[in-house]
Design a protein around this ligand. Sequence first.
Ligand code: IMP
Ligand code: MG
Length: 196
Amino acid sequence: MFPEIDRILIDGPRIAARVRELGAAIAADLQASCAQTRSDEIVLVPVLTGAVVFVADLIRHMPLKLRLGVVAVSSYPGRSMQSKGAAIRSEIPPDLAGKHVLVVDDILDSGRTLGLVTRLIQEQRPASLRIAVLLRKQLAGGDGARAEAVPVDYIGFDIPDEFVVGYGLDFDGYYRNYPQIAVLRPPAAPGRLTHA
Ligand code: IMP
Ligand code: MG
């Protein structure tokens, strides 16, 4: 069924436990922000397509009144395993002014995707803007090695600089439905444009 999977990096129960913790922590912080400001409007902005599985689980551990406003981003890879840039493929939700916004993505790699999305959201002057990622790749040069420095507030797991799939993350559009975070068997076939 999943012939190219080499090994599991983070198994399903570990992901589930961490997502539960993150949901509780994020909900508490958002509630505190609402109490400190005049706004009690919360909008989660999942970055399609990679964040779909993560956000679906995360929101069920957030007992809050909230809305979802998705944004679609494509990464332009030389191969599917190397992100070389990001482009918005849909409108950024247009009504974020004065609201508490949480951007949710699958992984922080070069930082270009989240850099772009958060710059555009910031222009709308939200009451607060936070970022949650399931995974953060540890690059050889540390955080300074990212193409864009992105201040991420919530991180599920730090992982080595390997290409991973599963739990929403794809290779060439496949493996998003694999329920654990896994590393593919090298060498993988060259890929086409995929939706981040
Ligand atoms: P960025 O390089 O931080 O802009 O990440 C861009 C997008 O590339 C992420 O949102 C993911 O969808 C995708 N991506 C980066 N690293 C991986 C990986 O290891 N596996 C699958 N997708 C990845
Ligand atoms: Mg992707």
